[in-house]
Design a protein around this ligand. Sequence first.
Ligand code: 5AD
Ligand code: FES
Length: 346
Amino acid sequence: MDAIEELHANRDLPDARLREIIEGDVCEPELFAKAAEVCGGYYGKDIYVRGLIEFTNYCKNNCYYCGIRRDNHNLERYRLGQDEILACCAEGYELGYRTFVLQGGEDAAVTDAMVCALVAEIKKLYPDCAVTLSLGERPRASYSAFRDAGADRYLLRHETANAAHYRALHPESMRLENRKRCLWDLKEIGYQVGSGFMVGSPYQTTECLIEDLRFLQDLQPDMIGVGPYIPHRDTPFRDHPGGDLRVCLRIIAILRLLFPSALIPATTALGTVDARGRELGIGAGANVIMPNLSPVHVRKHYALYDNKICVSEGAAECRACLESRVVPMGYRIVTDIGNRVHSPNS
Ligand code: 5AD
Ligand code: FES
């Protein structure tokens, strides 16, 4: 059996054969077609959308790759108030979004009480919607409080499962064990959990990527987000080359075959490295898109990497743009809470 067939049949593959696929020693069109077919078995031609509200770009961390790191003083910092966030939700709801993702840097001024009040208000106004949080590492008690306030999902990429690689990407104050602990806590508390990593981050090897896949097999998250590493001019990693689009697409396809029913976004980073990156992601097995709902005047300040797309488009423009991208591919964007499907549709 070739590696693609074996991966599909077993939903697993030995390291050496994963390496063959990651490094491109297989027929890519066959790999992508198989992944898209498996995705269709669960989700048909439906593409789920999540409205992303990047509500604070303050961050106490100093990750070497990230544009909103603490030591980047060339960045205008902003924090949206509850009313501004609720206005984004109102606009998003009108446009058909039924998931709101509240994402931010690790901002100490955003207290647990503020998050709880915000989540409770959104759930009260839009009981038919899911609220996803993406606020980084917090104590378990905070995660519990957010969940009690009504939050449904939490996104926290593990970034890399390899301890030495984690150390190369983050200052001493950050710990891989702590990040993993957060993910296990989130699962135990009952969130639908999303994790993931960058493809092509500095010092990443194929072994690192295989470790990422093994960690995800252990964690069994509901959502898995991957995107290419893209340099940011005001970070220590400014001179490192960006991640490769094709490797990223192969990883998406492998993820789809390892985790057939997972929610896998075609990320903004993918759309940034290639004008058709998100479409290619869908063609390789992704089934979610997370367009920006943030007010246009703050968008350019949430700069994790250079040349991020959609910084001057409004929410309605992105919504229409996405439609015009997926419909010609034979897919449809659905107005749906977009929960994970657990068994294939017959
Ligand atoms: N390039 C690509 N992705 C990045 N992220 C942070 N910085 C970069 C970058 N320079 C990703 C991280 C983080 C997510 C919100 O964005 O994986 O978890
Ligand atoms: Fe934002 Fe295309 S999705 S402009």
